[in-house]
Design a protein around this ligand. Sequence first.
Ligand SMILES: Nc1nc2c(c(=O)[nH]1)N[C@H]1C(S)=C(S)[C@@H](COP(=O)(O)O)O[C@H]1N2
Ligand SMILES: [Mo]
Length: 300
Amino acid sequence: MKGQIKTRKVLIFALLFLSLNILVACQGQKPESGGKIEKPDITPGFLTISGNGVKAPSRFTLAELKDMEEAQTSQCYSIVNNWPSKKYMVGRGIELSYLLKKAGIKDEAQTISFQAVDGYFAVFTRQQLEEKRFYYPKLMEGSEEEAQEVPAILAWEHREGSKDLSKASGGKLTLLLGQKGLNDVQAQVCVKDVAVIEVLTLPPGQWSTVQATPAPGRIKPGTEIVLHHSEQDQVKIYYTADGSSPSEKSLLYNPSTTYYQPELNKPLVVKQSVTIKAIAVGYGKNDSQIASFAYDVEGY
Ligand SMILES: Nc1nc2c(c(=O)[nH]1)N[C@H]1C(S)=C(S)[C@@H](COP(=O)(O)O)O[C@H]1N2
Ligand SMILES: [Mo]
């Protein structure tokens, strides 16, 4: 009898565990930082704002968006892709924050994704869409001078390779947003032909911690330290070598993805004892914890 109850308990526990896993797996179907889905659930001709993070799920036609004159704006953007190549872009459209407010974004909303007609999508933490972002008119020169704060917009007119606001012309609804720093790579999250904005209360999660090879400890002078990450092509690794906390203003370890120009992601050559601190930053999840790697150079 006692044994039977025990087996039943174990069974119930196992079932609960299984269903929990299925639930988690279903929520995780979309990779958090972007990708492509085969059959996007879209309504042609409409921009849909849905999800449990809005009080008033809404649908707008392009004509309706263009009628919201109070939230229209023309902006310049500096844009960097994963190659990395740089460009300027002008766009005219509607401020995203206005649309989200109109759809009644809840305080609990945490994750916002943009789905395109071709199935392409990008995911953001709410913070990534609400924090200050900039247009760097001297991006090509590698200078932050004259940076201007710019809003995220859904543009119905844009022009690539131009800073001339009058050059924006008709196109599909494109998400345009500023950079957090000169090294911020945001081209891949500028979704073209946006059809659905999904706002969720789902917590976005955190990028895993940066790893270093060889492991911290005693090394020979001139040893090359490789920094890496389990989702290397979805994050930028920033580091310091002076003990300070790294941020997206620090040195960038991986300017390119592994499939474009991996030779640009150079190991760090350590000649004297040093502590390298690194952080992973990327769209769709919160910044990783800071990793700290202390190297003790022999004979120093
Ligand atoms: N709808 C849609 N938007 C998209 C993509 C896509 O495949 N489909 N590619 C993204 C990626 S990976 C990049 S780098 C830029 C490319 O922009 P460009 O063609 O203007 O350089 O668009 C982004 N937006
Ligand atoms: Mo890209």
